[in-house]
Write a protein that binds this ligand. Structure first.
Ligand SMILES: Cc1ncc(COP(=O)(O)O)c(C=O)c1O
Length: 395
């Protein structure tokens, strides 16, 4: 099968050493090798979040995609309390639907897809209602909007509510200061800006909040947050059989990020996003939301009126480039270009050149050009494979 370049919000092209990691020797998840592996992953996850007082936090790893981590939080934390979901897109809506399955006292503040969260409305709602828990999405992937964690955190705290956050697509890309923002629990996944394979997710939370879950009603056998916490605390293990090879890959990708430095990893994604955005603007494309509101992993682009998005995507696919189509109310209106995972500088330039060719194939006249890529473009930071390949060449 030929190699595809995944310019999606996840899954991603993984680094060579992450690919190699899943083929390590077989181990048993009830033996010391796995205990050590999980301990190492947990420690690295807490470092990924740059938590200052590490002794106040723990991280549990779940075999299951990002939704598993979200459902673990929502089925384990709420009990009979009142939870308010803030939504401005598909993933906020999913939190709401999921919470309704588990929690009868689920409320929704809906701000429409692609719109910013209105802080005044949130404040008024919290003042007028007895809300125990606020849940939100950090990066609303359906539009690419980065929601304001610190401000919602402050409002939640002022009104005596706990904050839990879906950080599935922002972890590893943006600063998530759990301490400063007053986040009790947040969820994420292995397959987005953490740059590993899909199939693992995790919940990071405050120890005092994990302890409070002990006597909560159990609503799920598998997705039971206290159970995950208790197992890692008592045995450095998971309650059920974990996807061990994916844990090897997760540890390797965390090593890659921590070796590079978390801030450098964020910066490299931001430089890639800026590079692609400048190129796409040069081609005459327009974005769905303001650049200042975007997360650095993804750009949501308006489909030019004369283009059929499915055949547009197909023509890029013929050049081995995979992008996303918009969903829900954005279907046929936008496409999404991710910039996470193992993408080299050449891959990014190839993407822009291919995009230009495909746009011209629809409309030869009204397309700009990216030939003048020059020093004014952000300097791209080499990817893991580029660094390793260069080291081998010079060895
Ligand atoms: C913000 C957000 N939350 C949750 C999910 C669901 O994650 P998964 O598809 O890994 O279950 C996604 C997936 O794209 C996402 O972007």
């Amino acid at each position: 099968m030929k190699k595809l370049l995944l310019f999606t919000p996840g899954p991603v092209n993984v680094a060579k050493n992450v690919k190699a990691a899943i083929c390590r020797e077989d181990i048993c998840h009830r033996e010391v090798e796995f205990d050590n592996l999980l301990e190492s992953i947990e420690n690295k996850l807490l470092r990924l979040y740059e938590i200052k007082t590490i002794s106040n936090y723990r991280a549990v790893v779940i075999t299951g995609s990002g939704t598993a981590a979200n459902e673990t939080m929502l089925s384990s934390i709420v009990g009979d309390k009142n939870i308010l979901i803030l939504s401005n897109g598909e993933f906020g809506e999913r939190l709401y639907k999921m919470s309704k399955i588990h929690n009868k006292n689920t409320f929704l503040l809906d701000f429409s897809w692609g719109k910013t969260l209105n802080l005044e409305k949130i404040e008024a709602y919290l003042q007028a209602h007895d809300i125990d828990i606020v849940a939100m999405v950090h990066h609303e992937t359906s539009s690419g909007m980065l929601n304001p964690l610190e401000k919602v955190g402050a409002l939640s705290k002022e009104n005596g509510a706990m904050l839990i956050v879906d950080c599935v697509s922002s972890t590893g890309a943006e600063v998530i200061d759990m301490e400063k923002c007053g986040i009790s629990f947040c969820s994420s996944s292995s397959s987005k800006a953490v740059c590993s394979y899909p199939g693992l997710s995790f919940v990071v939370g405050r120890i005092d909040e994990f302890e409070k879950l002990k006597d909560m009603p159990v609503k799920s056998t598998y997705l039971n947050l206290y159970n995950f916490y208790n197992f890692i605390k008592e045995y450095s293990q998971t309650p059920n059989t974990p996807a061990v090879p994916l844990f090897f890959a997760l540890e390797q990708t965390l090593n890659n990020i921590l070796d590079k430095g978390v801030a450098n990893h964020h910066d490299s994604l931001r430089a890639r996003a800026q590079f692609l955005r400048q190129g796409m603007l040069k081609l005459g494309l327009k974005f769905l939301i303001d650049e200042k509101d975007m997360c650095c992993v993804l750009t949501t682009v308006k489909v030019p009126f004369h283009i059929n998005v499915t055949s547009f995507r197909q023509r890029l696919r013929e050049k081995s480039i995979i992008i996303y189509e918009g969903k829900g109310c954005f279907k046929n209106k936008v496409f999404q270009v991710g910039n996470i995972g193992e993408l080299s500088s050449d891959n990014l330039q190839f993407f822009l050149k291919s995009l230009e060719e495909v746009l011209r194939s629809f409309d030869p006249i009204n397309v700009g050009n990216i030939r003048s890529i020059n020093a004014s473009y952000p300097v791209l930071i080499p990817s893991n494979d580029e660094v390793l390949d260069k080291a081998q060449d010079t060895a």
